[in-house]
Ligand binder design. Structure first.
Ligand SMILES: Nc1ncnc2c1ncn2[C@@H]1O[C@H](COP(=O)(O)OP(=O)(O)O)[C@@H](O)[C@H]1O
Ligand SMILES: [Mg+2]
Length: 279
């Protein structure tokens, strides 16, 4: 079984600008991967190559084993662009009808109802897109990306324009998609609770992967702070090591006043990786 998305040594130059400098990235079946990085890191470029909207300078990208941009690759994916704009006068239902025609989906009314149900717009299927808040518009946005039942979803900054409530909505949606076994690559220059639901996070900076792993792996322990009569000091270890660390200190005749396990959050790791530049 090939990966939903397999990117190898992917490079892209726009004139003198190196947008991607040899990126490897995989999204496996049913996996939710967050591609994080500041503006200009190359996230949209990677996703556009995967969609076949632009060509790479070198390296390869495959969607379920098919070369990015090929008919079968395009058939197998759904895409929500970073700067999408739907005709404001259309209802969510009409928008899905349009996208069914564009993608050649024969799902008809049944597919539309299912998708509107999935994004919690079933009751509001006749409501015009322009009357929806930016956060709410992500719902028809994600629904149109799912027309034709793609098994890979590429979402470019689906939460950037959203308030916390909107982010919560997208997060809930992502959890639902995962429970349906759909593979998702989610681009973001922000770190919010949405990224925390990802199975894996890849941090991109200036076209290169600078960190990758599960949120838990990235947010690894930073050690144990011991407060004794000799002052405060750091000791290597995690929570599991605390009884031993304290026992050893006491055995040496030290008086222990406090002990604190320090962990770095994914946010710390992200800020460290991108050098504090998150615009
Ligand atoms: N069409 C283009 N022509 C020239 N430069 C581009 C073009 N698209 C993107 N870039 C440049 O490529 C780099 C990566 O951009 P992009 O992939 O949009 O990053 P991100 O999505 O992470 O913000 C940036 O330096 C950007 O200015
Ligand atoms: Mg972008």
């Amino acid at each position: 079984m090939p990966a939903a998305l397999a990117v190898r040594g992917l490079a892209k130059r726009y004139g003198t600008v190196e947008a991607l400098g040899g990126v490897d990235l995989d999204v496996t079946e049913g996996e939710l991967v967050g591609l994080l990085g500041p503006n200009g890191a190359g996230k949209s470029t990677l996703v556009k190559i995967a969609c076949g909207l632009i060509r790479s300078s070198s390296g390869e990208a495959k969607v379920w084993g098919a070369p990015a941009g090929s008919r079968s690759a395009r058939r197998a994916l759904g895409y929500l662009a970073e700067l999408f704009r739907f005709p404001g006068w259309m209802s969510a239902d009409e928008l899905l009808t349009l996208h069914q025609r564009l993608s050649g989906s024969t799902g008809g009314e049944r597919e539309r109802t299912e998708l509107l149900e999935l994004v919690a717009l079933r009751e509001a299927r006749g409501r015009r897109v322009e009357t929806m808040s930016k956060g709410m518009q992500q719902r028809p946005g994600i629904a149109q990306a799912l027309v034709g039942t793609p098994r890979l979803l590429l979402l470019d900054e689906p939460t950037s324009a959203l308030d916390p409530v909107g982010r919560r909505t997208v997060r809930t949606l992502l959890e639902e998609l995962r429970s349906r076994g759909i593979s998702v690559l989610l681009n973001s220059h922000l770190l919010s609770e949405v990224e925390l639901v990802c199975d894996r996070v890849v941090i991109l900076l200036a076209g290169k992967v600078v960190a990758a792993g599960t949120p838990a792996e990235l947010a690894r322990a930073r050690g144990v702070e011991l407060d004794t009569d000799g002052g405060k000091r750091m000791v290597d270890g995690t929570r599991d090591d605390v009884p031993r660390i304290v026992a050893e200190a006491v055995a040496r005749g030290e008086r222990v006043y406090g002990v604190r396990v320090l962990t770095s959050t994914l946010e710390d790791v992200y800020l460290e990786a991108v050098g504090g530049e998150t615009s």
